[in-house]
Design a protein around this ligand. Structure first.
Ligand SMILES: *Cc1c(COP(=O)(O)O)cnc(C)c1O
Length: 425
């Protein structure tokens, strides 16, 4: 595959942009090689700067459950583009999208639009702290909630209560307010709550782990978290930036039938434009400015183009209900992968929830970060490059999800399965 233009662009980009990219994982550091620069996309396909075509399983990291450049979404954008791209004043579109979100997710009574998932989670935490008048939060090792300071903290093993920053530039003060528990391990949460009685403002979790590969939550674990939070008056935040409208229309909270106090959204809700949102109980949300004292704002928040793309996407998802078909096709794909794995006799474990899946290069079952990191990331890198050279674009990291979209055809899946068979031996 000729990637001359991508290589030249990357060389220039590295002089102008840190690492040549505007978000780290795009740089291919964990799989080796140089990133492919993209030019256009339609349906399940990406076309790069050298004219190569790829079957895409990244979907811009989650938003494109309908495939790229869906004609209905593009029409909605075109229509709005003719009217205005921003007002800095309220629009009917914001009301419409807010109403759709509240209808789809009954735990959300009021919602505030922001511009990214990161903004949504950091604002939700601020609100939870204001509401409870407490400082500390509990998150889970391996869960990603965007790049705000509070979330870039990982507990060293054996020192679960001691926060250590994951990045320079984060103060010790911030680090000590973030506690890490183990995913799918309710006891690890109980220990932290008991050691910090009446100090925990919020527990934030990806109700299906999607940023350490794909790690499903066990039902008892999420049910137990809900009970614990209610009992200890802790705000339970489901970070559904990835899972919202993905694992089910109503997100993981619908799949597991659990009502969080706050929910954060992003990715699909913006239909491929930069949108985040956070919402939940009216009692909490009415504390947000200007109806309450918790300040949070945004010059381009609720941007009309972004709202139009979000409305078009959610409307299609509501009307067409692609979830049963996506489930069936995702199951077919993961079964075929499993057959390939069995035939090759390699160490690999598949995890899948709906149209999110991950092949871990480990023989362990993967239920936590500790399990996930037993993966052979070199083996993933090799597999990734064989797939890429055959025109199949996977996430350039072991610890990301493969996303299936409505647009992937039978032929796309067949080609993917055949290539996978050759790539893993
Ligand atoms: C992607 C993601 C975020 C961050 O969203 P950005 O729009 O990249 O800031 C937060 N939480 C989860 C679960 C995500 O998958």
């Amino acid at each position: 595959m000729n990637t001359t233009n991508s290589s030249a662009l990357f060389a220039k980009a590295q002089l102008l942009i840190p690492g040549g990219v505007n978000s780290p994982v795009r740089a291919f550091r964990s799989v080796g090689g140089t990133p492919i620069f993209m030019e256009r996309a339609t349906g399940a396909y990406l076309f790069d700067a050298d004219g190569n075509k790829y079957i895409d399983y990244v979907g811009s990291w989650g938003p494109f459950i309908l495939g790229h450049s869906h004609p209905v979404v593009i029409d909605a954008l075109r229509l709005q583009l003719e009217k205005a791209t921003s007002f800095g004043a309220p629009t009917e579109l914001e009301v419409e999208l807010a109403e759709m979100i509240c209808n789809i997710m009954p735990s959300i009574e009021m919602v505030r639009m922001v511009n990214s998932g990161t903004e949504a989670t950091m604002s939700a935490i601020r609100l939870a702290r204001a509401y409870t008048k407490r400082s500390k939060i509990i998150k889970f090792e391996g869960c990603y909630h965007g790049h705000a300071d509070s979330f870039l903290i990982k507990a060293g093993s054996g020192a679960m209560t001691l926060g250590v920053p994951d990045s320079p530039g984060i103060t010790i003060g911030t680090a000590t307010d973030t506690l890490n528990a183990r995913y799918n391990d309710l006891e690890s949460v109980r220990v932290l709550v008991e050691a910090n009685l009446n100090e925990i403002a919020a527990i934030i979790i990806e109700p299906v782990g999607g940023n350490m590969g794909v790690v499903p939550a066990k039902q008892e674990f999420l049910t137990g978290l809900r009970e614990l939070c209610t009992k200890e008056k802790i705000v339970l935040i489901f970070d559904e930036v990835m899972t919202g409208f993905r694992v089910a229309l109503g997100g993981a909270q619908a799949l597991y039938n659990i009502q969080p106090d706050l929910t954060t959204l992003g990715k699909i809700v913006g239909g491929g434009l930069p949108v985040g949102a956070y919402g939940g109980k009216k009692e909490l949300m009415s504390m947000i400015a200007p109806s309450g004292p918790v300040y949070q704002a945004g010059t381009l928040s609720g941007n009309p183009l972004a709202m139009a793309a979000g409305i078009a996407t959610l409307t299609l998802l509501q009307n067409e209900n692609p979830y049963p078909r996506l489930e069936q096709r995702s199951e077919m794909l993961s079964k075929a992968f499993q057959e390939n794995i069995n035939r090759a006799g390699i160490k690999a474990t598949l995890q899948r929830v709906g149209s999110m899946m991950c092949m871990f290069f480990t023989d362990r079952e993967v239920w936590s970060f500790d399990d996930a990191i037993t993966s052979d990331t070199k083996a993933y890198g090799k597999y990734f490059h064989v797939m890429l050279d055959s025109g199949i674009y996977l996430a350039p990291s072991q610890y990301e999800a493969l996303f299936l979209s409505v647009a992937h055809s039978d032929e796309d899946l067949e080609k993917t399965i055949t290539t996978h068979r050759k790539a893993i031996v």
